[in-house]
Design a protein around this ligand. Structure first.
Ligand SMILES: [Zn+2]
Length: 580
């Protein structure tokens, strides 16, 4: 029996096609030459399903690649020309394996080619049958970052016979080059890939002999592209033009904005240019102005902490503070809170630097210290605008602290952030800013501290073992965590059955094992007892004071619970929290 007959039999056996349909099918003129095409044409089965059946007949695994993310690393194991010629594509490479999809199971030359390439890379090949459509989609991945940029560079070299000698480009040349199509193409490709790859920042840095482009994804900088040093100046120039910055200013830092539209989404880029020794470095922060703030639950707040936050949101005055270093997700949480408070009949005004999310109906202002519009001066004016809720991006100085306290004393709900390591640290910091203990005690409602840990990729999540000393540390922390708090977050927790997970790394997470981030938080409820301690200006509050009268858990303990829930890893908790 031929493979085609086997396939038809299998389809009949699985009742995909009836006996009558089969008779009709065989009458079609194209059936003889290409039975598969006839099946598709008569709408009896779709191409992906047909490929699945075909895979069974040929004893292959099936894989659908439409919409799949394929890493450059895997893809580039097979050169584009080879892939096209043999209709093969490598879609995954990890742990010594190379997974390759092929369209024609009878093309032995293709298998030979795969075996040859795998051997060169010292990888074990695994074959999967893919549909012609899967192949076409996968092939498009070759048109990615490096490829597109090197194409643009090549064009540029051809057009201008780029001088290979290292030299400093003068101003007139920069202006000339910034207009040239390949440079603007390179810049737009760099931006588009950052947005498509979920990056939050793009760094373009002059190095000794090259220009380096790095993307920050889920908080980590990844090396993405290396360009010839000779184009660095032109790229910086192009960005300056787009952001309306001074081209001839190379000794002073400059800030600006670019609005671009990528895949029908408006993206704001906040540009910062800093002169280094010889050349300028560019950092672009990507702000997706169409996305709303996520909910507190989506951010990863849970258990007792979430309850304290929600309770504090029912108050109409007092201070809501979030602490943490830069990049800890403070402003996202602030916006999540602000969005949940936003309703008609309430006047919300903000002072921000920069405006990162837009909330309908909220009066948002961006401070401009260079013209004297600071958090402090802005807050003074803002309080004359009859607000109910005020958000001040950050309390950095005594004046802002004093104004914020004053606003919350006079019936306003004030939200802000502070640069301290943990929640407890906010109290001595504000006292240092000359805030009276009595006033602080009577206005502070809640202090939340947070970090962002990367979330384990759910597509390649797998159980794994942790070293003994790490487990000992975890047990030690759990022993001092309020049991009620543990119970609330993990009702079925059993110390003897602890399990740990990590991401193996797959195409969806770019082989990192992580996708997205989750808040690791501690929430300090400034209840009457704590208020009293602050007002009496007793020696510093300690975690013990807190645990005695509320279900307080530290960021590290919150992190450990999220590790046990399989949401993140111990590595992430330790990396982001820096405590022993
Ligand atoms: Zn993964």
């Amino acid at each position: 029996m031929s493979k085609t007959e086997e396939l038809i039999n299998l389809l009949a056996q699985d009742k995909i096609i009836t006996a009558e349909q089969l008779v009709g099918l065989k009458k079609l003129p194209e059936y003889k030459a290409n039975p598969e095409a006839a099946l598709i044409k008569s709408n009896l089965i779709d191409l992906e399903d047909l490929t699945k059946f075909k895979a069974k007949v040929y004893n292959f695994n099936y894989r659908g690649l439409i919409g799949a993310k394929i890493s450059d690393q895997a893809l580039n194991l097979i050169p584009a020309e080879v892939a096209e010629n043999y209709k093969i594509v490598c879609f995954e490479a990890a742990q010594g394996k190379m997974r390759v999809g092929l369209v024609d199971p009878e093309n032995f030359k293709a298998i030979e080619a795969i075996d040859f390439l795998a051997k060169e890379e010292n990888l074990q090949p695994e074959y999967f049958l893919i549909s012609a459509l899967s192949f076409e989609t996968a092939l498009r991945h070759y048109k990615t970052l490096g490829k597109e940029v090197s194409q643009a560079l090549k064009t540029k070299a051809e057009e201008e016979t780029l001088e290979r000698v290292e030299r400093k480009i003068n101003q007139a040349e920069v202006e000339e080059i910034t207009k040239s199509a390949p440079i603007s193409k390179i810049v737009s490709v760099i931006i588009r890939h950052a947005v498509e790859g979920r990056a939050s920042d793009i760094h373009i840095e002059p190095m000794q002999n090259e220009s380096r482009v790095r993307y920050r994804v889920d908080g980590i900088l990844h090396n993405s592209l290396v360009l010839p040093k000779s184009v660095h100046g032109a790229i910086v120039g192009r960005i300056k033009v787009l952001a309306n910055l001074k081209l001839d200013e190379t000794r002073m830092p400059q800030d600006g904005r670019i609005r671009v539209n990528i895949n029908n989404k408006d993206i704001d880029l906040r540009i910062s240019i800093l002169p280094l020794l010889n050349e300028e470095k560019v950092v672009m922060r990507i702000l997706d102005v169409t996305k709303g703030a996520p909910t507190l639950e989506q951010l990863g707040f849970m258990g007792a902490g979430l309850k304290v936050i929600k309770k504090s949101l029912t108050k109409t005055d007092g201070m809501f503070l979030i602490t943490g270093p830069t990049g800890s997700g403070k402003s996202t949480t602030l916006f999540s809170v602000l969005t949940s408070l936003n309703e008609e009949g309430i006047n919300i005004s903000t002072l921000e630097d920069p405006v990162e999310y837009f909330v309908r109906g909220v009066n948002q202002s961006q401070v401009r210290p260079e013209i004297g519009f600071t958090f402090a001066s802005g807050l003074r004016s803002l309080l004359r605008q009859d607000p109910d809720i005020v958000m001040v991006g950050e309390i950095r100085d005594n004046e802002t602290a004093e104004l914020g306290i004053h606003a919350s004393l006079t019936g306003h709900f004030v939200l802000s952030t502070l640069h301290t390591n943990d929640a407890l640290g906010a109290i001595p910091r504000l006292l240092d800013m000359a805030v009276e203990p009595f006033l602080l005690g009577s206005t502070l409602n809640i202090v939340l501290a947070q970090r962002l840990g990367r979330k384990i990729c759910q597509y390649c999540k797998t159980e794994h073992k942790l070293p003994e000393d790490v487990i000992t540390d975890i047990k030690k922390e759990l022993a001092i965590t309020p049991p009620a708090a543990i119970k609330e977050m993990m009702p079925d927790f059993d110390l003897k059955k602890m399990k740990f997970y990590k991401g193996r790394g797959c195409t969806r997470c770019g082989l990192t094992g992580y996708i997205g981030r989750i808040a690791l938080a501690e929430v300090l409820d400034i209840n009457d007892k704590i208020k009293e301690i602050i007002m009496n200006n007793k020696a510093n509050l300690t975690v013990d004071d807190l645990v005695k009268n509320q279900n307080f858990i530290t960021m590290k303990q919150d992190g450990i619970i999220k590790v046990l829930l399989g949401l993140t890893t111990m590595e992430e908790v330790l990396r982001t929290i820096h405590v022993n």
